[in-house]
Ligand binder design. Structure first.
Ligand code: PGA
Length: 235
């Protein structure tokens, strides 16, 4: 695991954007795995700026998102977040976007997305991490699912994400890529932002142990993971 320590979130975002832009320049038709939440916001801003400056070209790229809420309002969906933060600001062909549909029958979406991951391998997967160690919505549990599935959200995740919802009511369920789908990505970029991640980050950086209680520790099993985080979170 490669660890890049930075002096600020802005610097982490610059490093993250650099890694994504390098990957797209090397392989314009790549499949990018994307994340939502606070962590990628500045990364996506930098990708939009690179596109506007003509230094990045996403026209041949494909994308797939880690997760989506089940049954939320359209304006609270991760699809809307992605449109506003990235998709509407870069020259991506929108027919090449894969993301669970928040309004569709979740069982049908699981079948559709399992078929997608059966036929496709992510080239570069961007990840954030939850305060409880989740990646995607693979929440800490006694077992973790390998493939795409519907999951209940823990109270801690609902609390952490409530600020995104006008009424504070986070849906009870989400559809998420499984741990196996994430670990099949050719390379993984984990960006860690925020004091609330200190404990789970320590588990990943120091522990040397893989545990379903901190799902991010499964990244220790992957041969090509880069972690970008503020130095202050590691001391
Ligand atoms: P955050 O969420 O980027 O909003 O902190 C990360 C996550 O829950 O995976």
């Amino acid at each position: 695991m490669k660890v890049i320590l930075t002096e600020s979130y802005e610097e982490s975002a610059r490093k993250g954007a650099e890694i994504i832009l390098d990957a797209v320049a090397r392989d314009p038709g790549l499949l990018l795995g994307l994340a939502t939440g606070e962590t990628p916001v500045a990364i996506y801003r930098l990708l939009r700026e690179a596109c506007a400056a003509g230094t990045a070209d996403f026209s041949k790229a494909r994308t797939v998102n880690l997760d989506e809420y089940v049954g939320c309002r359209e304006e609270d969906s991760y699809r809307r977040f992605m449109d506003e933060n990235l998709f509407d600001g870069i020259n991506l062909d929108k027919s090449k976007i894969t993301i669970a549909d928040h309004a569709a029958d979740p069982a049908g979406e699981v079948v559709r997305l399992r078929a997608f991951f059966g036929a496709n391998r992510v080239d570069l997967q961007l990840l954030g991490i939850g305060p409880n160690g989740h990646i995607g919505f693979n929440e800490p549990d006694s077992e973790l699912e390998a493939g795409v599935h519907v999951t209940g959200l823990t109270e801690s995740t609902k609390r952490a994400n409530a600020h995104w919802f006008a009424d504070g009511a986070v849906p009870d369920q989400a559809i998420t890529m499984g741990m196996g789908d994430i670990l099949k990505a050719k390379s993984i970029l984990l960006v860690v932002k925020g004091e609330s991640k200190r404990e789970v980050l320590r588990g990943l950086l120091d522990g040397g142990k893989v545990t379903t209680r901190n799902p991010a520790t499964f990244l220790l099993l992957h041969p090509d993971v880069t972690v970008v985080t503020e130095r202050s979170l590691t001391v």
